[in-house]
Design a protein around this ligand. Structure first.
Ligand SMILES: Cc1cc2nc3c(=O)[nH]c(=O)nc-3n(C[C@H](O)[C@H](O)[C@H](O)COP(=O)(O)O)c2cc1C
Length: 203
């Protein structure tokens, strides 16, 4: 076996970028809903997405590759919701990534219905995973992309995904992740390893 290396100075820059995109997987997918000034709701997936801080909970996603309705709507309204898609919703995720005109409500176009937001004026797609209702913290231009930072004000979740104590039920909640390109993965198994105390670790 030998190590193969690619870098940002390679003539085949696309292959280097592809390598990074396909190595950092699975990526959680933020299914971002927004509303424009005419009241038209918009839904689009973003996998350059991460939780930032635990308390208060904050998140960030990156908008790349030119003008997108999501960015324009977030900047104009200061609000957005991030919904976690469930196993089986991969095709809906792909279809709502279509570069359609801003007058098109992607959720309605793929047969999803909207559920009203509780703490924000932006709805989220019904029949999916938990929806994080966010207020915009800031948008930073960074390396040609726009980083959208939000604070999670509340979470709206279907009670079918909850345990009797009100916490998310890992046996019922099956989110999906993005692998490279058009490939998705389904979270349908896990392993548990408690973190050892220092004594257990050393002993
Ligand atoms: C699974 C998935 C993840 C995506 N992640 C991103 C992303 O992180 N950043 C981005 O700019 N576009 C991403 N896209 C593409 C956008 O969803 C696409 O450009 C979409 O048309 C934007 O919609 P809008 O104009 O309604 O905002 C992704 C597409 C898919 C299918």
């Amino acid at each position: 076996m030998s190590q193969v290396y690619c870098s940002n100075t390679d003539a085949d820059h696309g292959a280097f970028v592809w390598m990074v995109k396909n190595a950092i997987v699975p990526r959680p997918i933020a299914w971002v809903s927004t509303v424009d000034s005419a009241g038209v709701a918009n839904l689009a997936p973003f996998s350059y997405f991460a939780p930032l801080t635990m308390d208060p909970p904050t998140v960030v996603f990156a908008v790349s590759g030119g003008a997108k309705d999501t960015l324009a709507n977030v900047v104009a309204s200061g609000e957005f919701a991030i919904t976690m898609a469930l196993s089986g919703q991969e095709e809906l995720i792909a279809r709502t990534a279509s570069a359609v005109d801003s007058t098109v409500d992607e959720a309605a176009a793929v047969g999803l219905s909207w559920a009203a937001g509780v703490s924000i004026g932006v709805p989220h797609p019904a029949g999916a995973g938990p929806s994080l209702e966010c207020t915009l913290v800031k948008v930073d231009e960074f390396k040609g992309s726009h980083l959208v930072f939000g604070e999670v004000l509340g979470v709206s979740v279907d009670d079918a995904l909850l345990r009797p104590d009100g916490r998310l039920d890992q046996d019922a909640y099956h989110p999906i992740g993005r692998m490279g390109g058009a490939t998705f993965t389904r979270v349908d198994n896990w392993v548990r390893h408690p973190i050892p105390s220092a004594e257990e670790f050393l002993g």
